[in-house]
Design a protein around this ligand. Sequence first.
Ligand SMILES: Nc1ncnc2c1ncn2[C@@H]1O[C@H](COP(=O)(O)OP(=O)(O)OP(=O)(O)O)[C@@H](O)[C@H]1O
Length: 674
Amino acid sequence: MLGIWATSCSRPPALIGLVNRTTCSHRTLVFKPRTSFVKQFQAHRPYTTPPTPTQISKSNNGSILSRVLPFRGGPQNTSSLRKIVALAKPETKPLVAAIGLLLASSAVSMSVPFTIGKLIDFFSTNNPQIPFGLSTWEASALLLVLFTAGAAANAGRAMIMRLAGQRIVARLRENTYSAALKQEVEYVERGEGDVLSRLSVDTSIVGESVTQNLSDGLRAVVMSSVGLGAMFYVSPTLTMLMLAVVPPVSLGAVFYGRYLKKLSNKTQEAVGEMTKVATESLSALRTVQAFNAVPQEQQKFHDRIDKILMLARKEAIASGIFFGSTGWSGNITLLALLGYGGTLVSHGTISVGDLTSLLLYTVYVGSGLQMLTSFFSSIMRGIGAGTRVFEVIDRTPAIPDDSGLSVPPDRRGVVRFEGIYFEYPSRKGVEILKDFNLEMAVGESIAIVGESGGGKSSIQSLLLRYYDPVKGKVTFDGQDIREFSATSWRSIIGVVPQDPVLFTGTIATNIAFGNPDATREQIESAAREANCEFIWGMPKGFDTEIGRLSLSGGQRQRLAIARALLKKPVILALDEATSSLDATSERRVNDAIDKILRSRQTTCLFVAHRLSTIARAERIVVLEGGRITESGTYRELVTDEDSRFRALMAAQLNAAAGESLYIERVPEVTPTDN
Ligand SMILES: Nc1ncnc2c1ncn2[C@@H]1O[C@H](COP(=O)(O)OP(=O)(O)OP(=O)(O)O)[C@@H](O)[C@H]1O
């Protein structure tokens, strides 16, 4: 009998028309008929800390069994399911309405076999009797009305479910996105594409599993149980004969289900990998094209696609075998039913109409069970996807952004790096900073110099709390900055990154990024301060639409300075602000920096290579071996023949002979000279 659902996919159109919705999607089929749905979730997994799907596939520790077992409950599955169900809560009313419509449409479709059986008996008897004394036309009209109502109920159910599903997906996406934005940068940067795939693909799967599949599942339960009841009513003997095929097919379905769950988790991970590769290449398309790396990137993408295809192939083979065998057993069962049923008809035990009804109900029950298997497999898929989505939503960021004290906006104070030891979480054991100490007085400007890769930008990352030190602390006015909420702490810092990022929007919205309440006056004043005179030359001025890269490097940096200044920051962190500029742009950027320094309102921490920038700072510190080895004014360090600073600068000048120009020019513009 179970095979009939496979048969049902190729059944004649007339028969398909009798079933409201044919579900021939073999891809997701799985069936666990002997274990109730609830029990499966309540059963406990043998391990205490359940791994995520990613961990399951990557772990070498978990037994093969624990990796393959798809659906044995377990805290993680159970809690994922609970969360998925909780997501549907705001949709209770539409879902209840949809279930009502579902029951109505199922009742109509379940009456079809019975009606057909009666019609056959009616037409094959000598003295046809229609119940309630109806004429043939009246009976036909009644059936037409009934079928139309059933179809309308089914259409209503489908619409309501789809809309509810979309609303759930929308909520889930918003929650995932908000949670992702609050994570520490390391988490998102390392798995950027993966987060995107969770945001798009996994959320859809979860949404589907709570609405569409729930609806199909309920329909399946109604179809199978009512169908079976009707079959028992028509002929208990034939029904028992049909049920004989259930145990072997169920066993196959259990193994198939487990295998499918494993494949499904792997496929979702592979899709995540594919998204990651595509995101990385597409966001760096200029570099990809400049290095003629298109074929290389295509190959990378192809490898990921290959992996997905390989998994799909395995799934196709498994489903082919499963559906082939269940289809075969279904057909054999039908034959047996026909053979044995035929003898019962010839002995007059049942009528031809009863046998027809019974066969049709068999098809219904088969379809119902097929939908049930799809339902279980989709729920498992939903749980897998849900686990990945909730992993982001429920993740506590290593650096929470909203818990902690607020920094009063006008508070100024000394910034101290005290005994800092730091290593990147992704590169444990590689110490970037070792006993790093630095004190920055209020309004002081400090330039950090040192060899490339020495850890200069890492100091700024610690200041901005993208990371926390492994040992030691950064304090502001004597207070550990970890006591402040990250949001509040970052609100007093202005940042000019090495490669400023613009967002799609106008120049004004870009300057006011993170500061949406800024007035046009404030925006213009910040732009003026940052020497962004180019904006006034643009046809639409501050309302000019820009994209990610639609300004020159120098313009972007000055715009970034304006953005930072608009915050009226207490601390300003500039990273290689003039590293990629020509002499004219560099002078404009440096002029902007001078204005900030002259105000002595802001404590500035520069990371710089160029002498013209470095020399503007009141103090220069040399970073070597993860700690400060020298500190002094530009004049002090440059005049000390043995200073490391001199050696570093000399090496740089040798590397770029033209830079000597700056050495001569620099002293004229140092703050002490102004
Ligand atoms: N996100 C990261 N994860 C792991 N290692 C990192 C990360 N960022 C930087 N590093 C490593 O930390 C070290 C210090 O990097 P950092 O960017 O702080 O150096 P830097 O002095 O600013 O270099 P440059 O002058 O070339 O910009 C380098 O060895 C770098 O490879």
